[in-house]
Design a protein. Structure first.
Lengths: 182, 324
């Protein structure tokens, strides 16, 4: 699919500052990190969750547990995805029962990824509360899902794509607005 | 990006990278077995047809459970209760099953090559769940997963297989699979079950040797695979049951000749006191129950790989054989 880079939405510094702010916001609104755990959604939600947890350490002095979830098996569009997806293990090294969980992802769009992640989570137990934290909210929801913690809201059209590129995955660090060209 | 699999008929034509991919895909399903809630909706609305023309308990229950854990429905055809007994041909039987529109057929048959024949006539994927003395590919994969999970890798081990190699599809699938990863295979058993041709089974580069003496065969083994002995194949004067036990049973003393911590695998059903001593069967080196759990994960991965995608993603097979 041919694409055209339209503009940069965030630089490396802006990503870092946004994650710092999100870490503060989460702690402030909850009044601490007691009972809290973060779940990064593969792939780019994983480094984001790890970075938010790292940013929380100097604020609250504790290590917030971080898990990862692979949503492939819970997708509702597998039959229309062209290439056969590669599976990864979800790694959640703690009991989710009665935990306050925050799902972390890079971009919130239709909400279907989050729906899939919640299905996966509920197979593991019964968390007390599940909230959502995203770096970018680009609108166009197809399900009644909203994020409690948002790095930045961006108005987009259907033909536009938000590309979050992170050092851990992409060996570069920025958020781009890309246009799909016919 | 890997080649897509249209069927799973045998290990022999697969490349090491394809096998490694299938094993990688199995690992997340191992994790699912540890969940309190093990049922996924991934294959919801899909149907897996089971056509077992030969009796099977474990493989059938494993495929049934794998399908249901993925949310698929299962349609079962059993030889005992089917019209095969009334003289219907294999092809007519599977075509009838196919007309009920399953998304794939898992098939076991006493004749080598039967699943391949059926696959060439049907448009949907066919999974070989054991055909004659040919192959049992999901058993080969689950044994490989067991080795990889226990020892961290598949490459370069000394593997000793003891028993009725001649009639064993499990042995054949394992020999093909493990030699692709550079394992050295030692086959051991009564001479009547150990024909010379076995040494050439997997091509010239594969290291396969036959050893008559079980102590010699076990010396230095990293992995010991014990095969089930079908008692009806043992008879005087060639070899009695007692002779077999005396000469080939895997006992704790014999296992000590292998490397320390060598793995013991058995495809089941296991007959304690015949091919394996109960102490070995229950010992810490035994992987028997892990094999069963791993079998479920491997079969979930295979079903996901073959039918966990849209029909348009499978153009090659869809366009061929339509008229046949």
């Amino acid at each position: 699919m041919p694409t055209l880079e339209k503009s940069q939405l965030m630089s490396a510094t802006e990503i870092d500052r946004t994650l710092q702010r999100l870490a503060h916001e989460i702690i402030e609104r909850r009044g601490g990190t007691v009972n809290l755990a973060l779940i990064g959604i593969r792939r780019r939600g994983v480094p984001l969750a790890q970075r938010i947890a790292r940013a929380m350490r100097p604020i609250d002095g504790v290590d917030v547990p971080v898990g990862t979830i692979d949503i492939t098996l819970y997708r509702d569009d597998l039959s229309t995805v062209a290439p056969q997806p590669v599976l990864h293990s979800s790694e959640i090294p703690f009991n989710v029962d009665d935990k306050d969980l925050i799902l972390v992802d890079d971009v919130l769009y239709t909400g279907r990824t989050i729906r899939a992640a919640m299905n996966g989570l509920f197979d593991l137990g019964r968390p007390r509360r599940v909230q959502l934290c995203v770096l970018i909210d680009r609108g166009h929801r197809e399900l009644p899902i909203e994020a409690a913690f948002i790095g930045r809201k961006v108005q987009t059209s259907d033909t536009e794509i938000i590309e979050v590129r992170l050092n851990e995955v992409d060996q570069e660090e920025r958020v781009m607005l890309v246009e799909r060209t016919p | 990006m890997h080649e897509r699999f249209n069927d799973l008929l045998s290990i022999e034509p697969l490349q090491a990278a394809e096998i490694a991919f299938l094993l990688d895909q199995s690992v997340p399903f191992l994790e699912i077995q540890r969940h309190p809630l093990k049922k996924l909706a991934t294959l919801r609305g899909k149907t897996v047809g089971l056509a077992f023309f030969e009796s099977s308990t474990r493989t059938r229950i494993s495929f049934t459970t794998a399908a249901s854990r993925l949310g698929a429905d299962v349609m079962q055809l059993q030889a005992e209760s089917s019209s095969l007994k009334k003289g219907e041909s294999l092809l007519d039987t599977v075509r009838t099953l196919d007309a009920m529109k399953p998304d794939c057929i898992v098939m076991r048959h006493a004749s080598s090559g039967a699943p391949e024949f059926v696959a060439s006539r049907l448009d949907i994927p066919v999974i070989n769940a054991g055909d004659g003395a040919h192959e049992h590919p999901t058993q080969g994969l689950l044994d490989a997963l067991t080795i990889r999970e226990r020892l961290g890798r598949l490459e370069g081990w000394n593997v000793t297989i003891i028993g009725d190699i001649l009639h064993s599809r499990v042995a054949r699938s394992n020999i093909h699979l493990l030699t692709k990863f550079g394992c050295r295979i030692t086959l051991c058993g009564p001479a009547m079950w150990l024909p010379r041709e076995l040494e050439n089974l997997a091509g010239e580069r594969a290291s396969i040797r036959r050893v008559a003496n079980v102590e010699e065969a076990l010396s230095g083994a990293d992995i010991v695979m014990v095969l089930r002995v079908q008692q009806e194949r043992l008879h005087e004067p060639a070899l009695s049951l007692d002779d077999y036990i005396l000469l080939y049973q895997l006992t704790p003393e014999r296992l000590r000749l292998a490397r320390p911590e060598a793995l013991v695998l058995h495809p089941g059903p296991m007959i304690r006191g015949l091919e394996i001593d109960p102490v070995v069967a229950d010992g810490s080196q035994s992987c028997v129950l892990e094999q069963v759990t791993n079998g479920l994960a491997v079969r979930m991965a295979i079903l996901f790989e073959l039918i966990g995608r849209g029909p348009d993603a499978n153009p090659e097979k869809d366009s061929s054989h339509v008229a046949s």
